[in-house]
Design a protein around this ligand. Sequence first.
Ligand code: ADP
Length: 585
Amino acid sequence: MSQTAQTVREDGIISSVSGPVVTARDLDARMNDVVYVGDEGLMGEVIEIEGDTTTIQVYEETSGISPGEPVESTGEPLSVDLGPGLLDTIYDGVQRPLDVLEDKMGSPYLDRGVDAPGIELDKEWEFEPEVEEGDVVETGDVVGIVEETITIDHKVMVPPDYEGGEVVAVESGSFTVDETVVELDNGEEVQMRQEWPVREARPTVEKKTPRTPLVSGQRILDGLFPIAKGGTAAIPGPFGSGKTVTQHQLAKYADADIIIYVGCGERGNEMTEVIDDFPELEDPSTGNPLMARTSLIANTSNMPVAARESCVYTGITIAEFYRDMGYDVALMADSTSRWAEAMREISSRLEEMPGEEGYPAYLAARLSQFYERAGYFENVNGTEGSVSAIGAVSPPGGDFSEPVTQNTLRIVKTFWALDADLAERRHFPSINWNESYSLYKDQLDPWFQDEVADDWPEKRQWAVDVLDEETELQEIVQLVGKDALPEDQQLTLEVARYLREAYLQQNAFHPVDTYCPPEKTYLMLTTIQTFNDEAFDALEAGVPVEEIIDIDAAPNINRIGVQEDYEEYVDELKSEITEQLRSLY
Ligand code: ADP
């Protein structure tokens, strides 16, 4: 968070303290200004002004502060520091680096009154200019490059609130983020560090229709319910259904350049897991540490509620900054329910009129403001970049009719519904194929047709049809039993079983199966379809269904997922299936 102490203006006095909500009188501040509260100087934000009374949400534990203590306004909105050093860092919800907090406090959870800049101010970065004296640069233009991590080149840009002009001086070499690297003829000076208010979207030229998938390497997602680069998705599911595993899989394998992982107040130990795990992980596409393209924002539920409210804004602002550089960014928020609960708690402290289930009436507006900031954009500097936003939702009791799930559903275009029954049966990922959907399918098909196979959409439709038919048949089976079905329907059930077991299931913990490239996803479907076509031919030729189902080769369909040399394996398997079935008649 930006250091704005030098701009501190007027003092006010605390008049009341109610959990994270503090009121002050005589404070000269505007809406959303950052203020320092009490003798300890706890960080807060103005959320309401009424006459002489200012209401503040405080980002830190407020026990111990009391009426009469001073409040200072910085006169500036809650902003994040943007610049090299954001990646490979773990922040709290107001962009204080956890390791710095830990050093200062001895624990990441006792963080009252500790301020720390969002990016390191002393560190020197090797700046390589991309402009020369005499060049004219505009807002957003890239003036130079810094190797931020082993994976990512950080583009130093003219900040959005600059006018731009002719370059009159340019430096190269080692600089800190606050040293000027480019000077313009109008007196503007470009440093590597910018600030941006978190509640405001960074400017762009145009939001475009996204046409490239965010390939996840998860078969059911890429194959049936794809998300676009710049798309929005929700993962609702009850406790233990696999939200976190799915988010982690995406963070590891999605083909985004940059990953922003926002853990807003999931159970404390889970976020600790992320904090411990992620630094150990390798980026499968480069072999570099995964953290080299990742920024983590971690607000466990034992951190104050207001910091949870702000964490998604901090996350999406960082995401937009890398989008401006022309990168594809994927932001995961786990879980948006905790975020909504933070809103609810603050709203109730404010004694606002509650809406559905006690959530504030502006819940829907807040959710849509957040997801609206996702998209595939033409940036002000002419590059294209994207922010994909994927939010987990944890509805109490897994009941999707509750307000957070329902409001999210109205906004997002991809819906991956996790299912407790599937999870209980150990069908993972437990994404319910009947309830889930993607509204991006059609616009992404050309990409899959060009990059993978011409008949990608037909293959998908075939699989969807078989699974639909299975759902209907299952109802009959429940009533009369499988053996009462005609043979062709029994065979359909068998094909559907392979679709479920081989194609839809995928083991996140198997070293090979954990990531499935689209080619493999496609070949797996073609194998099941080969079985289907040959099996129905055999049935038509009079072979009894039991014999068809019983061929040796068929169960190997379930082994495709774990094959590294899947092309060869699939070729052989298809021939075996064909041979064995044809030998029956
Ligand atoms: P949630 O976040 O919804 O509470 P988790 O993501 O922690 O649930 O998942 C619960 C458990 O389910 C995991 O610990 C794991 O054992 C299992 N699981 C979930 N998804 C998968 C998967 N894709 N492959 C294998 N196991 C999974």
